[in-house]
Design a protein around this ligand. Structure first.
Ligand code: SF4
Length: 230
């Protein structure tokens, strides 16, 4: 805080409004069109986002990058893939398509850390990003794709992939499942993953987050007498 101004909240509000502007615009009522983002991440989270949404508290600036790129001249229009034997479409949106290659830009997954050194140690793309890129290749009819992780320290890590039919079939299967659960108003099962730690629905799925008090084994088991020597 400088003077009477709370600059931190001003900046956070600005980032939040940019984030809202760049959102994918999923129509919660249209259960016959499922967005790729909803089935490559936790489907329970996607279900809550449509039926009883809770706003994400803070957005990372690096996470806004792909939204900004999509808005620029080399950004892509979204495309829909009709799912066979079901009255459902799967909608995907790549960040860029250049020379028949689909490109996605992502912040490094939380588990990799966002410092340059940790991002540089990434050995494979995050599973949800790989599923998303693979599905985009099928939806846009391209054979190869690249995921670029930007750490915010002018350090990028790139992974290239060829498209894989089995992986896409799994994404299509998840699309059918989510569409049918939305239609029947049934909450998808828990999908425990690293996504849970930053998920705004953590309390709904598990329990209230508490700050764990550090206690020694001595206190935990109620051992009386002298405390262990330090
Ligand atoms: S806490 Fe985990 S299981 Fe629950 S909605 Fe969020 S990501 Fe899904």
């Amino acid at each position: 805080m400088m003077g009477d101004r709370d600059y931190r909240s001003i900046v956070q509000n600005a980032i939040d409004s940019i984030g809202r502007e760049l959102e994918l615009g999923i129509d919660a009522e249209d259960v016959k069109n499922i967005h790729l983002k909803e089935v490559t991440g936790c489907m329970r989270r996607a279900y809550y986002d449509r039926t009883d949404a809770k706003e994400v508290k803070s957005r990372e600036f690096s996470g806004l990058l792909s939204g900004l790129l999509r808005k620029m001249q080399y950004g892509c229009e979204s495309k829909r893939f009709r799912v066979e034997d079901a009255d459902v479409t799967l909608e995907g949106r790549a960040d860029m398509v250049v020379d028949d290659v689909v490109i996605l830009f992502r912040p490094p997954p939380a588990a990799a850390g966002d410092d340059a050194e940790a991002s540089g140690r990434m050995e494979a793309p995050h599973a949800a990003d790989a599923l998303y890129l693979n599905a985009c290749m099928w939806i846009y009819g391209k054979e190869s794709g690249i995921i670029v992780y930007m750490s915010g320290y002018q350090k990028e890590v790139m992974f290239s992939m060829a498209r894989n039919k089995k992986m896409f079939e799994e994404t299509v299967r998840r699309t059918r499942v989510l569409a049918s659960l939305l239609k029947e108003k049934k909450t998808p099962i828990l999908e425990p993953s690293s996504e849970c730690t930053t998920c705004q629905y953590y309390e709904r799925c598990y329990t209230t987050r508490r700050n764990a008090k550090q206690i020694s084994l001595h206190e935990m088991f109620g051992l009386g007498g002298d405390k262990p020597e330090k």
